[in-house]
Design a protein around this ligand. Sequence first.
Ligand code: FE2
Ligand code: FE2
Length: 263
Amino acid sequence: MPVSVASAIRSVLLTADPRAKAMAARAVARDWRLGRLDAVFDVGMPDRPARPERPELLLPRHMPKRRKGGSERGRIALWHALAHIEFVAIDLALDMAGRFGGEMSANFVGDFLAVAADEAMHFALIERRLRTLGSHYGALPAHDGLWDAATETAHDVAARLAIVPMVLEARGLDVTPAMIERLRTMGDEPGVRLLERILDDEINHVRIGATHFAAVCASRGEEINETWNLLITRHFRAGLKGPFNDSARAAAGLPRRTERALA
Ligand SMILES: [Fe+2]
Ligand SMILES: [Fe+2]
């Protein structure tokens, strides 16, 4: 008997084990694509998704400083931080589809479930990378607070799109090239290839976010840049900081002048 897509998504959000969550996220995306789930939004999404016992979650100011050097420990800390970002990104994409899918289109649901499946793949690949370095996800503390933006924007799909894909994931586009360079100087070629692949996917995620944001603005009769600015001022008080990866941002279809005005 088919289950509702909302209850399928909710159960992945409530799965704490990282590997089980990653596999379940990919299964939900596949089931939706194959028409095995009812387009019914009969249950709400949890305020916070389930988290495993490890990694220990620390406030940003309590996080140990990551040294810039090329030491083995520094490299593991970098991959661990990235694994955590991808892990939370699985839930962010699922929550987007499950929380706002009912008021949006089937296309929206499919897009963000596909994003969730990508994030699950990114997580799995990074987790594998960590293991080849003799570590694993959960071995180090991780940044608590990556869910704050979801809480801040749970009331409005436009606010969620403006902040999560169009600010936070776009920030990933800005910082990844420097990380790729760092790995290259360390001689970490498999790591370079992995981050290049992830960067390509992330450009697509930002594009998906920007496309649906534009559609919401059009349906509300609002101007895209103006609305984006307003929502950033209201819900992302840290503001946008450069330097920006202009070519990746342009490829993702992000408005350009707006971010300049805020830089
Ligand atoms: Fe990702
Ligand atoms: Fe992403």
